[in-house]
Write a protein that binds this ligand. Sequence first.
Ligand code: PLP
Length: 451
Amino acid sequence: MSTVAPAKKPQINTALPGPLGQKIVEADAQFVTPSYPRPSFKLVAEQAEGVWVTDVDGNIFLDCNAGVAVCSTGHCHPEIVRAIQEQTAKLIHMCGTDYYYRHMPALARKLDEIVPIKSPTRTHFANSGTEAIETALKLAMHATGREKFIAFFNSFHGRTLGSLSLTSSRIAQRRGFRRQALDVTHVPYAYCLRCPFNLGKCGDGSCCLGSIDWIENRLFKTTLPPEECAGIVVECVQGEGGYVPAPKEFLQGLRRICDEHGIMLIVDEVQSGMGRTGKMFACEHYDLEPDIITIAKGIGSGLPIGACVARADLMDWKPGAHASTFGGNPVCIAAALKTIELLERELVQNSAEVGAYLQEGLRKLMQKHDCIGDVRGLGMMIGVEFVESKSSMKPAPELRDKIEYNCFERGLILLGAGANTIRWSPPLVLTRENVDVALEIFDDVITASNK
Ligand code: PLP
């Protein structure tokens, strides 16, 4: 750990990227795939601690994105670093698909305790969110003997071919890949601010009933026989789609449909799980019990690990049906167990408390700036939607991009989500003092960008 006292404010001393950063960006452009969806600003990270990231040119940034909602315990939390170092010195890899080690049942047992599915559960370990989703899809097909799925517009579930069949948050994710690998029907998500069914005003529950009605009375009676549907895949808070929390009636409606037709409810908590929403899982805000839940991102504090946890009676598939060489690697599990310990000890609570403080500050900025059309979210998963004006509510994607870029220039790392939303997904160690610093910059930047 660095002996230097943590910075209190961002410090930007060079053009961004600076001369060293520029060289790395150039090398990257030459040798690395151009398919990564990088934003217009260029952060070239060198080291990080807590909520502070230092780039290769010595500039210091306040990170309110956490490596896209991954560094839940903050960057390089000393207890996480120690857990990784100790495990690395003992056993790095053995391949849990063929051999045994204590870490796998230890984390699976812990997940059985904390996931919002009644015990007993079983867990399949993967290396990423998309792999956890692939597992969930295969499991639902295997358990039901069916092969069709329902997913939602603006959802993001990953980019491998199975999960890509669900994903629908940007056309660039689909373009050039021809037909969907899986038979998935997309349905409008219950996005109250912009009701897809024009049914009512935000928050009165009408649009969620619109989506439910669409499934039951349109899809199930025209193109998708419910007895052929293996699973409904949903995010409680749409992540990449714009940080949109679902209304409770919508999620409860999906649960009812699944119960009535023997369909698996697959809840994707890859982005919303592990304390991000101020509870361990977003499902807990909705009294929602999935049949299958997918987890990744924040569970490993930055090490690659994903998990698909399901009702034990569903996971009765036979040896060879699904496995992964690296999934559930001992080092990643050591990080995950320590992450959960820290979340339970203090960080889920901090996410709720400091997240509420952040949301309150953002709501004040919404009153001040006519271009903020909505502030929404749970815990430290907050979306700020930019519009041309409150009276028109017309989306303002260019303004959003400008604000994202200008925040970076001022040393505040934020990332867009959806067409016109800025997402706040800071490390869960964020303090009120950090919030004050971040909001001051955000406020200044909005004023300057909207001239
Ligand atoms: N599911 C959700 C809700 C996500 O937000 C993401 C990534 O952003 C994924 C799945 C895919 O995760 P990964 O990028 O680790 O494959």
